[in-house]
Design a binder for this molecule. Structure first.
Ligand code: AMP
Ligand code: ZN
Length: 503
């Protein structure tokens, strides 16, 4: 058995602030604090949005694997996110409410619930707390009042942050990106293209569904303000890691950082102060037409994948198969391959469990594993640890899981112990999923799994009687109903429902 040093690879994470991989140490011993920008709940999350939360969950599980406790906040943006990334255009929530003739609060409640369902379906650990933007408006006003005299100016349309009032504005984005800001609809009177709204006044004579009184008149908070305020309120500044999709590295997070610097007033004393030590970003999920986005419409949701008969954890596995900082292309073929890979994993673990009756392998602890693991499994544990500690290299960790399932001449309980530990980091729910759970019935299927099984039994009987005409007839009837009969399938899956095109 190797000593601990070999098994415990130091955790290293990519920090977007420095664009380098750095050794990670939490501010507070043994405890990490993470804030993840949450969804804007004017529509269903698309699969790209969900990639962002598979990434944060992998980060959180890796910190847990490393023995840290984690406080994780995800916010719900139910006000303030405009249809453009800046200060012109509609509030996305108000626009959705108008389009559907529903109350904005009902819209927010509906899509928040749908998002939480997605999180549960993907086996993403619930955050320690969901913070809802509209619950924090008084704190946002207080925050804005504190920074307004030295960092803001007022226009007819609202209170604006002067981005030239903080040093090195936009450093996270790699410098002042005037081109990105120039693409944003201009607001008359703004001093710099990169200035942004802290408070948006309701236009005269217009009543918004969501508006609050403030020292600058009735209105609503700016989107960037929300995250500064909620992270400060729940985690304190500085906390350890702030996450989001890579689009946030360009505008939303630089604006948060500018506000955080202004609020703490410590930019001179501590020039590196940004509010969080690490800023981490996942790359995009793209499809053939480019970055998946809600505003483009026609996006693919997890619900549509489930309706097509794909188990949601196949999508999680698809995400883990790529490193979080690489673009990932979404396609029906890719998701079908991930589903097959998941089936193999589930089938392998199910086989081991069947042989290990009475053995408990749940909640394995790394210290127990280190002390007790079969010597042949130790290299796998070490390599797995090194992979996830290397900026969450899940594509390198997955084959090690597959190896642990396949490795021969090891007591089954030892293997299961290791697999359960790996799965605690990967979140594929392998210790409880069974093959039957993976068979989801597509929404438009005309035949139920029970009816398919009954037909396949009738067919097996026909073949046993050498009645091949009847056997073929049954198979053809199944094919006509969208059922692929897979004679001799190495996975012994026997049948599958044809995936809907484009799903
Ligand atoms: P939103 O609901 O638009 O505020 O986005 C929620 C999260 O999804 C944010 O962290 C975004 O940066 C992230 N995101 C948006 N589009 C994509 C995409 N196509 N791929 C990966 N992440 C995305
Ligand atoms: Zn945010």
């Amino acid at each position: 058995m190797s000593d601990d040093q070999h098994i415990t690879a130091p955790l290293r994470l990519f920090n977007s602030l420095t664009r380098t991989i750095e050794p990670f140490a939490p501010i507070e011993d043994g405890h990490a604090r993470i804030y993840s920008c949450g969804p804007t709940v004017y529509n269903y999350a698309h699969l790209g949005n969900l990639r962002a939360y598979v990434f944060t969950d992998t980060l959180r599980r890796t910190l847990l694997w490393k023995g840290l406790s984690v406080t994780h906040i995800i916010n719900i943006t139910d006000v303030g996110h405009l249809t453009s990334d800046a200060d012109a255009g509609d509030d996305k929530m108000e626009a959705a409410a108008r389009a559907s003739a529903q109350s904005i609060w009902d819209i927010a409640a509906h899509y928040t619930q749908a998002f939480k369902q997605n999180i549960a379906d993907l086996n993403i650990l619930s955050p320690s707390e969901w913070t809802v933007a509209t619950d924090y408006v008084p704190q946002m006003i207080e925050f804005a009042q504190k920074i307004a005299p030295t960092h803001c100016y007022e226009l007819d349309s609202g209170l604006y942050f002067d981005s030239s009032s903080v040093p090195a504005y936009g450093a996270l984005a790699g410098g002042r990106d005037d081109a990105a800001h120039a693409r944003i609809d201009p607001v008359a009177g703004k001093r710099n293209a990169s200035d942004f709204a802290i408070w948006r006044k309701s236009p005269p004579g217009e009543q918004r569904q969501m508006e609050w009184d403030s020292p600058w008149g009735k209105g609503a908070p700016g989107w960037h303000l929300e995250c500064s305020v909620m992270s400060l309120a729940r985690l304190g500044h500085p906390f350890d890691i702030h996450t989001g999709g890579i689009d946030h590295r360009e505008i939303h997070h630089p604006n948060e950082i500018a506000q955080n610097q202004a609020y703490c007033g410590c930019t001179d004393a501590e020039p590196g102060f940004t509010g969080a030590r690490w800023w981490m970003h996942n790359n995009f999920l793209v499809d053939r037409s480019g970055k998946m986005s809600k505003s483009k419409g026609g996006f693919t949701t997890l619900f549509s994948l489930i309706d097509a008969g794909v188990h949601p954890l196949a999508y999680r596995l698809l995400c883990l198969g790529a490193h979080y900082r690489s673009e990932l292309e979404f396609s029906a073929e890719g998701v079908a391959a991930a589903l097959t890979r998941l089936k193999r994993l589930v089938m392998g673990v199910e086989g081991l469990k069947a042989r290990a009756e009475g053995v408990t392998w749940q909640s394995p602890r790394l210290d127990y594993l280190r002390a007790n693991l079969h010597p042949k499994l130790v290299p796998l544990l070490e390599q797995f640890d090194a992979a996830i500690a290397d900026d969450l290299m899940t594509p390198r960790a997955l084959p090690l899981l597959e190896e642990a399932i396949a490795i021969k001449k090891i007591p089954v309980d030892e293997k299961l112990c290791l697999i359960a530990a790996f799965d605690a980091a990967l979140g594929l729910n392998l210790m409880t999923l069974g093959r039957a759970d993976l068979r989801l019935q597509p929404k438009d299927a005309v035949i139920t799994p029970d009816a398919i099984e009954a037909e396949l039994e009738r067919r097996a009987a026909a073949r046993a009687d050498k009645d091949f005409a009847l056997s073929d007839e049954i198979r053809d009837a199944l094919i006509a109903q969208g059922v692929d009969v897979m004679d001799g399938d190495p996975l012994r899956w026997d049948w599958r429902l044809t995936l809907a095109q484009g799903s």
